[in-house]
Structure formats: structure tokens, C-alpha cells
Ligand binder design. Structure first.
Ligand SMILES: [Zn+2]
Length: 146
């Protein structure tokens, strides 16, 4: 009887162990609000939104070429720094830092930023020249379409 009880407990523990992360993940993806962003995610988002604003202001004629270039340079650097911090924070949380994967993602992001294919909505680094985000469908910066 004791053996049976022990086996039942182990089975219950195993089921909990398997189900819990899945339930947690579902919850996180369904109820992802602004205030649930981590510090590094928020920083990345702010930098990308600022970059988009600069892009729009320039296209609307509110910024001259010189201001646009200096602002874009600054904000691109900030966005990359934020992205790198976010990558490191995320892989750190997952345990074990995969440097190669991080470097690859940052390189991809760098390319995306330069080509204007970086999605300001979700932060996804699209293929250069993309007009819409492959992750969320958001229309990408007008410079990419020109
Ligand atoms: Zn997107």
C-alpha cells in the first residue's frame, strides 16, 4: 500500500512538473501587458519606438537631414545596446549563455536596423527590404519600401 501511494505521489509530481511550465507559458503569452515587460525589454521597446518617431518626423519634414542622421545614429546605437542587454538578460534567465546565438541575433538585428526592416512594434528583425513584419504583420518603416 505504501509503495502504491509512493508511486502515485511520484506520478502526480511528474505531471505537475510537466504541466506547470506549459500553463505558465500560456499565461505569459496571453496576458502580456506593458507593465509585465522586463526592464531590458522596456528599454528595447522605448529605443525602437524613438527610432520610429525619428523616421516618421524625417519623412514628415520635421527634421532636417543632419538632425535626422545624428539622431538616428544615436538611437540605433541605443537600440542595439538595449537589444544586446535584453538578449543577455533572457539567456541568463534561461541558464547558460549561448554567446554564438546571441551574437547571431545581434548581427541580424544590426542588419535589420540598418535596412529599416526592424519591426518597431514587436522588435522582430526582418529580412532586409521587407515591407511588413513577418512576426506581427506591422508595416515597416517607409524607408524600407523606397
Ligand atoms: Zn512585428
Amino acid at each position: 500500500m505504501a509503495l502504491f501511494l509512493g508511486a502515485a505521489l511520484v506520478a502526480a509530481a511528474v505531471i505537475l512538473f510537466i504541466v506547470q511550465p506549459v500553463a505558465k507559458g500560456l499565461h505569459a503569452s496571453l496576458e502580456r501587458e506593458e507593465d509585465e515587460l522586463t526592464e531590458t525589454e522596456a528599454r528595447k521597446r522605448v529605443a525602437l519606438l524613438a527610432l520610429r518617431d525619428v523616421e516618421y518626423d524625417y519623412l514628415a519634414g520635421k527634421l532636417d537631414e543632419e538632425d535626422y542622421r545624428s539622431l538616428k545614429g544615436e538611437l540605433t546605437a541605443e537600440a542595439l545596446a538595449a537589444l544586446e542587454a535584453d538578449e543577455r538578460a533572457r539567456s541568463g534567465a534561461a541558464g547558460g549563455v549561448d554567446e554564438a546565438a546571441i551574437e547571431a541575433e545581434i548581427a541580424q538585428a544590426r542588419l535589420g536596423l540598418r535596412e529599416g526592416a526592424f519591426c518597431p512594434e514587436c522588435g522582430f528583425a526582418n529580412e532586409p527590404g521587407s515591407r511588413f513584419c513577418s512576426s506581427c504583420g506591422h508595416a515597416l518603416q517607409a524607408t524600407a519600401a523606397r
